[in-house]
Design a protein around this ligand. Sequence first.
Ligand code: HDE
Length: 715
Amino acid sequence: MASSILASVTDKAKDMMPEQSKKMADVSAVTKDYNDKSNRITSDYGVKQMNTDEWLKVSNEDRSGPMLLEDHHGREKIHRFDHERIPERVVHARGSAAFGKFTLFESAGDVSSAGVLTDTSRETPVFLRFSTVLGSRGSADTVRDVRGFAVKFYTEEGNWDLVGNNIPVFFIQDAIKFPDVIHAGKPEPNNEVPQAQTAHNNFWDFQYLHPEATHMFMWTQSDRSIPRSYRMMQGFGVNTFTLTNDKGERSFVKFIFTPELGVHSFVWDEALKIAGQDPDFHRKDLWEAIESGAFPKWKFGIQVIPESKEDEFEFDILDATKLWPEELVPIRYIGELELNRNPDEFFTQTEQVAFCTSHVVPGIGFSDDPLLQGRNFSYLDTQLSRLGVNFQELPINKPVCPVMNNNRDGAMRHTITKGSVNYWPNRFSAVPPATQAEGGYVDYPQKVVGMKARLSSKKFKEHFNQAELFYNSMSEPEKHHIISALGFELDHCDDPIVYERMTERLSDIDLGLAQSVAELVGGKMPQEQRRTQHGQKAKNLSQLDFMPATPTIVTRRVALIIADGYDATAYNGVKTALKAAGALPFTIAPRRSAIYAAGESKDSGKGVVPDHHLEGMRSTMFDSVFVAGGSQAMETLRKNGRALHWVREAFGHLKAIGATGEAVSFVKDACQLPGVSFSENATVVDSYGVVTANQAQTVSFQEAVKMVKGATDFL
Ligand code: HDE
């Protein structure tokens, strides 16, 4: 992104920077600034070095001789480099994170005693890491995949880690299946192909053989798995947790985050192209929004089921392949999460942050959800192999409240604990465990009866009702996208047993869906609906249900295309209006050197220097395109294949397009839509999301940007 644009907004961000939270103060205490010129390069043991570029050698001016092993500085530099890498996360390896704060506007004191959920005067510092699941650390951001949404709340009673995803359900019901589902999705073991893709035989083989995965794969084949931005997706705790209140009453709970900006996605072709054109698209988007002061926000909600109602649902409320439809269990939005500060260093913060589902605070607990219980084992275990036994002492992981116990020593321990005993009880009886009144964690006295057996409840055996519910709740374009996505994925499976079985499986959901996919991918055509459909729909499954009440174009990237002889009035008018509305306008032209407006002389020394040229930055990088008129400019652009492709591609990706004056017919011809006519004097948005006007109609153009990005495929 052009630094000039960012620079102008960064000052604003600095002004808006929140006061330092307790966590930031903590982190700052161990942060050093490499650019601090009062420092000099030293060895790791602190001795200043005079030459860090040449190894100590037996040499003279004519001949460079052998290097000496005695050069500690040289050896230290190489040895530190050799050991820079730690294992990447076994899943969710690729991620980006930010600091922020969590505030409550309503206490949940009726159901929980947790300070973070009841004290409306608190500001709880948070660190949120977004991720993809399957790709390795260097893979692309915009692949079709689930996104992680992991929040560390640094509460006054200890860290609470809510390690969620952007999809409310999961592929499997029992944690013991996790290695299988992940092995099946990751690159195949013989040739390590494909990277960050589920479009391969093994993944879909697994999906067929696990009917419980049906609901989740419908979500991953929907637009939810290709989000436009981390800032525009929901977050779900997925598993069923519990809350206990001051009276000791327990309820089941699901946690949900809903973005202020609405839920928006790419179209698949766009996501595919961006994966090559800018593999860091989501990472940059988050970073730049925060730098510019456009702090992303989410409403935080809870769905609560009292313990007494656990068995009242046709699905098992502890089954992570099921969501709790909002018609049955409404979401109570009680708080807000805001991200407002980028990390200072990727490795020590984003990479070393370690989330554990087992990190809960008093008032929040676990249920018997078999996926959650397995997760509680796995996360602690994986941090031990990734970071080592003292991972909780790393600055990013350290709680903001006191930590005191008899866990000692181990590799890289760096807290120094004074005192002559390290066991409990001891003759001094110092530091006894806390009582409940002192904030001690209360284990809920849950009555458990049963046999020891590898079994789960009957209700865990129904797998298709919610997959159908999800499909029924989609708008027509969203259904169309699911069909195309399945068509793409199964097209990449070359083993007929895989794609034929899968199309059969789809007829457990909807015969029309199964037949449409079978037509695309080949194999046998499913002939019967394999299950009686219930025909129901639920709200807030379709992304269209999340259009914000007041749509906004804040942080939307708009390309303004110009060429020599462009209409300066239209260009300047639209640019100013977009900036005022918080959008990010970028000027694009055939070259990245000065472009002159109609009537402006090349010798004037003026001209506009574009942010990018048409080859350097493609239409996929923008949410919307505006072409300023000018007859000479249009003549140039008409002869430029890339310019025509630019506009046509943006149109195909359903982006709002604006054009004024001579650019109207240019846009019309570039889009090449037989039978569609764009009115040259439109003051409203054309049905195809194209705004045209003889003069710059900036207001209606902005409306188009808002509307068209929120809606999905017309084509
Ligand atoms: Fe994870 N998961 N997971 N997972 N998961 C990990 O922990 C695991 C599951 C999620 O940004 C690992 O620190 C098991 C559901 C996120 O650092 C590991 C099971 C959900 C992240 C692990 C699941 C998630 C992880 C790997 C099935 C959504 C990234 C690295 C029982 C609610 C956190 C690590 C970050 C990471 C295990 C299923 C979300 C191996 C065994 C369901 C967002 O411990």
